[in-house]
Design a binder for this molecule. Structure first.
Ligand code: MG
Length: 340
């Protein structure tokens, strides 16, 4: 496995001796836990009373490595975050790999290792998985699917659905939008200019645990991934048939994202994030929630950016720096494909 020239061959996916070696020396080695060690067709998981949150996501990001992460850390954090924003405590993950013949084993090792590190940090186990190899040219290097299971307390039911949202609720974000999308654009090396931008790819569970202990009136949470915060807010406005007003002056800004967006003609509100969450809370608890968020690593720049209104139902309106109003529409085309 140490040979840096070693590459994935069709034999690594055929169920025979090479595949077994890949599974034991790479996946089982890094994901080590009692369930995966069984190598059975299903991982058997003990559950207590309560509710299970269950989610799945596929990762096809290009390039595989980018400032602040890689497809592996993204595949773990992305699924952890979908559980966490539903109010659940992430417990178990699966990992399915579709690998193109010829892919460097050293690259796969780096990716699997960072998945193991993220899972370990989060206290979750990767308990089952799958490996398929396809002929050269039949997929682009590597795709990963992760599914996740989390435990949900009764009192946190409904946080993911938005059913509790009402006019007057405050809208909070944990930091500046657009870092993931712009870091990936940078990694694609399509432009001459250089930045120090890093993806915000992170496990949001520690932040979300603080939010849920700061308030019993968290009405909604969603991580703002593809389509950015504009997309999440439009989904809320449409689904709950309420209006939304956000204040441009209150939205945290990353200067490099701002400059890059200006040059490339993008709006940071529509750019993908991998470590940003929109939280909608009762107005009485908003200041306390922001204070709790600011005490965490991923919530340092948390801010109240707007509120739910009974005016203009279904619409998201931005109060601009100059005091004007602009409608933030839903995204039509995909500005940046294969961003996650
Ligand atoms: Mg999500």
């Amino acid at each position: 496995m140490r040979d840096t020239k070693e590459r994935i061959s069709m034999n690594h996916g055929n169920g025979g001796i090479y595949m077994n070696k890949l599974i034991t020396s790479l996946f089982l080695h890094f994901f080590e836990n009692e369930q995966i060690r069984e190598q059975a067709d299903s991982a058997i998981l003990r559950v207590n009373e309560g509710h299970l949150a269950y989610t799945t996501d596929s990762f096809v990001i290009d390039p595989l490595f980018f400032p602040g992460g890689n497809i592996g850390s993204l595949a773990v954090c992305g699924t952890l975050n979908d559980l966490a924003v539903s109010g659940a405590k992430p417990q178990y993950l699966s990992a399915g790999f579709i690998i193109e013949e010829g892919f460097k084993l050293a690259h796969l090792t780096r990716i699997v290792k960072s998945m193991a590190i993220e899972a370990e940090k989060a206290g979750v186990r990767i308990v089952t998985g799958d490996t398929k190899v396809v002929n050269a040219g039949k997929c682009d290097k590597l795709f990963i699917n992760t599914s996740g299971i989390g435990l949900l307390e009764e009192r946190h039911l409904g946080i993911g659905s938005g059913q509790k949202i009402k006019p007057g609720d405050k809208i909070i974000i944990n930091g500046p939008p657009g870092e993931h999308g712009m870091a990936v654009m940078q990694a694609r090396k399509l432009f001459a200019f250089k930045t120090n931008l890093k993806s915000d790819c992170a496990n949001l569970y520690p932040l979300i645990r603080k939010i849920l202990s700061a308030s019993d009136h968290v009405h909604f949470m969603r991580d703002a991934t593809r389509g950015g915060i504009a997309t999440v807010l439009n989904e809320v406005a449409r689904k709950c048939n309420t209006g939304i007003e956000i204040d441009e002056m209150q939205i945290p800004v990353n200067e490099e994202v701002k400059i890059m967006c200006e040059i490339l003609g993008f709006d940071p509100l529509y750019i993908a994030n991998e470590g940003k969450v929109i939280v909608i809370v009762d107005p009485d608890d908003a200041i306390e929630v922001v204070a709790a968020m600011k005490r965490t690593e991923t919530g340092r720049d948390a801010a109240i950016i707007g509120e739910i209104t009974s005016d203009h139902p279904g619409r998201v309106v931005l109060i601009t720096r100059s005091g004007g109003k602009r409608i933030i529409d839903e995204l039509i085309g995909d500005q940046l494909p294969r961003i996650c």
